[in-house]
Write a protein that binds this ligand. Sequence first.
Ligand code: PEP
Length: 247
Amino acid sequence: MKRIIAGNWKMNLGPNQARVFLSELTKQDLSKKAEWVVFPPFVSLAETQKALTGTSISWGAQNAYPAEKGAFTGEVAVPMLIDLGCRYLLIGHSERRQFFGETNDSCALKVQTAQAFGLIPMLCVGETLAQRDSNATQEVVTEQLEKGLSEAHKDKPLTIAYEPVWAIGTGKVATPEQAQSVHLAIRKVLERLLGPAKAKETAILYGGSVKADNAAELAKQADINGFLVGGASLEPKSFAQIGSVPL
Ligand code: PEP
C-alpha cells in the first residue's frame, strides 16, 4: 500500500502563515512513494484548498461534529469540510481526548459520519506512560479500536494512527520494536473487527516525535505504513525530509 506522511499542524499556521508555508512545501521534492497530507486548523482550510488544488498533496481537518448540519454553535460539519476539498478527518487525537473530552464513543460517531459523507477517518489511538508502565498498552489500544470503530463501514476507506501519548511532542520516540509490536497488535484487532482483507489494506501510521533522523528505522517495520507528524511538520524542509528515508 502507498505510505501516508501526514502533518498535524495543531493550533498553528493561520491563513496567512499557511499560504507562505504551503508555497514552500509545494517547492520541496516530496517523495512520490508516499501520499502527503496536511491537517491545518479550520480557518486555514480555504487557503489550503487554494494552494493545493491541482497538486498531489491532500488535506484534512483536525476535528468535526458528527451531524450533517444544525443548531450546534461553534461546530463544523463534515459536508462543510468536503466543500473545502478535505479528504481526511483526524479523529480522537490524544490532545482532543485529554483537553476536550473526546471519548471512544464520540470517536465512533465521528468515524461513522466521516465515512457516511466520504471523508477518510484517521482514528488516533495510543496509551499514556502510566498505562504503558502498567503493561496495559494492548488493552487500552484494543478498547480504543473496538469502541472507536464500532460503527465503521468495512467497505469504506479508513486509516489508523498509533500515537503513544508519552511520545507526542516530548522528543521521546517509540523504538522501532515498541512501535512494530503495537502496530501488529492493531492489525490483528482490525482483522477481527473488519476482516483480513480490510486489515491488510488499512494504513497504520506511527506518530510521536517523528523526525527525518528516526523515520528510517521506523519505516522499515512491516506494519508501519506511514507517519503522523506534529512538530516536524511545521517546517516545510523538515517535513519533506521525513519522506526522504527509504519507503
Ligand atoms: C501529533 O501531534 O500527532 C504528534 C505526533 O506530534 P509530534 O510529532 O510533535 O510528537
